[in-house]
Design a protein around this ligand. Structure first.
Ligand SMILES: Nc1ncnc2c1ncn2[C@@H]1O[C@H](COP(=O)(O)OP(=O)(O)OP(=O)(O)O)[C@@H](O)[C@H]1O
Ligand SMILES: [Mg+2]
Length: 447
């Protein structure tokens, strides 16, 4: 650690003390500068980048606090360590709030000051690095990586931007394949926890007991097979974010444990009495309607209120208008094209498996395509003609078959157009077209 050569500025009106400090650090091999007042310090800061500035809180003329203010505003690369005399601790604490790295009370212990200076320099380095990383991330901010121009998706992006900086839990709701995990990642990346881990757990993927020890950890011998102690994912995510996917699948028996972490950050590993504390931001996702899970007593109401402080609903793909074509075009990649009929088929289909289904369909179509043009025939059969798979068995021509199928779907859905369109695998718009084309009357549906 002492190997790092630092540029250090000492600012103190006490000539003897300042010279002593400067001398000491100079002998350690650091590059040292001095100033006996704030003005001269600022001048030097203009002309040279210091990694750490050490200054006295009380000086004649401009005070250490004023200097700190200017320094924080204009010389962000310099970390500040304050020296305080007796009775000025309170001021020093205030200075910390203004962005000083640390303070040290006089009389100064050289070793202690040395340690603080190195720590401050390291903190500055990390801060710069993070700033660079964040600047890089800005270019790939969620709205750029998540495709969507529809008003419905713009609203999602707005909610992500709004809620990311908060520490509060977030519940993401949406059908399968709508991009819940992508939104969770975007939230983490736009949060202050971006340098800390984002840990993902899927409640549907593990049986209850395993899920418990994954989440909360366990002690050695807590259960058969627990040959060593293990930290749970809450501990792994400490300081960062835990994404709990499919939270609707969380067993009732585990829900109180999750509630406790949400309430005060405390948890116990399985088989342990020791209380541990973690600082974890929780993002949960579900493709079930959590309110009805609560009504059905499958999910605790108190836990629901805790995680439902802020909800981000992700619209299904079929409600995003032209986004489906944007996504399809993005997904085929450069050099490829969609034939007009293929575009139309993509636009018409209801995509019950949402973006994931679309991506898979395109990937598959690319394998089947002869050249770099996707044709309608290259799309999976369910996309082309989902209704045909479940056609009622009459032996009429295609038109009357289709007509019969549409009437049947509407009857089954009590005339609900949106749901009927969904079961038919067509958009609502094309359902209306079908109603018109086949002149289907309301009395046929209720009959
Ligand atoms: N708006 C979008 N732009 C680009 N890609 C997207 C978008 N939404 C989703 N995707 C992609 O679609 C796939 C499915 O997304 P994701 O896994 O986030 O969905 P999910 O809602 O978590 O699904 P499930 O409920 O099945 O877990 C991923 O490959 C993801 O990258
Ligand atoms: Mg998911």
């Amino acid at each position: 650690m002492t190997a790092t050569k630092l540029d250090i500025l000492f600012v103190d009106d006490d000539d003897e003390l300042r010279a002593g400090l400067a001398n000491y650090f100079c002998q350690l091999g650091h590059r040292v500068a001095q100033a006996d007042n704030a003005e001269s310090a600022l001048e030097q800061l203009q002309s040279q980048a210091f990694s750490v500035a050490i200054f006295d809180l009380v000086m004649p003329g401009k005070s250490g606090i004023d200097l700190l203010g200017e320094l924080r505003a204009n010389h962000a690369e310099t970390e500040v360590v304050l020296l305080t005399g007796e009775g000025t601790i309170e001021k020093a604490v205030a200075a910390m709030r203004l962005g000083a790295y640390d303070f040290l009370s006089k009389p100064i212990h050289m070793k202690q000051l040395e340690t603080i200076i190195h720590k401050a320099a390291e903190a500055g380095r990390i801060r710069r690095e993070n700033r660079q990383l964040r600047a890089l991330l800005k270019h790939s901010a969620p709205k750029h990586r998540m495709i969507g121009k529809s008003p419905a998706m713009q609203e999602v992006f707005r909610l992500v931007e709004r809620s990311a900086p908060s520490e509060k839990p977030i519940l993401i709701q949406g059908e399968s394949g709508t991009g819940k995990e992508l939104v969770a990642r975007a939230l983490h990346e736009a949060s202050t926890r971006v340098d800390k881990p984002l840990v993902v757990i899927n409640c549907a993927a593990l049986p209850e007991q395993l899920l418990e020890s994954e989440l909360f950890g366990h002690e050695k011998g807590a259960f058969t097979g627990a040959v060593t102690a293990k930290a749970g994912l809450f501990e792994v995510a400490d300081g960062g974010t835990l994404f709990i996917d499919e939270i609707g699948e969380l067993a009732l028996a585990l829900q109180p444990k999750l509630l406790r972490v949400l309430e005060d950050g405390s948890l116990r590993r399985v088989g342990s009495l020791k209380e541990r504390r973690v600082d974890v931001r929780i993002i949960a996702a579900s493709n079930r309607d959590m309110a009805s899970e609560v009504a059905a007593k499958r999910f605790r109401e108190d836990l629901y209120y805790r995680i439902n402080i802020m909800t981000i609903p992700i619209p299904p793909l079929r409600e995003r208008g032209e986004d489906v074509l944007l996504l399809a075009n993005h997904c085929i990649g450069s050099g490829w094209e969609l034939d007009p009929d293929c575009r139309e088929a993509i636009r018409q289909y209801a995509w019950p498996g949402n973006v994931r289904q679309l991506i898979n369909a395109i990937e598959r179509a690319k394998i089947l395509a002869d050249d770099e043009m996707l044709l309608k025939e290259n799309l999976p059969p369910e996309v082309l003609n989902r209704a045909a798979a479940t056609l009622p068995s009459t032996d009429g021509d295609l038109a009357s078959l289709t007509r019969a199928r549409v009437v049947q779907a509407l009857q089954q859905q009590q005339g609900n157009k949106l749901r009927s369109a969904k079961t038919l695998g067509v958009s609502r718009r094309s359902l209306y077209r079908l109603l018109e084309k086949y002149q289907i009357e309301p009395h046929e549906i209720s009959g």
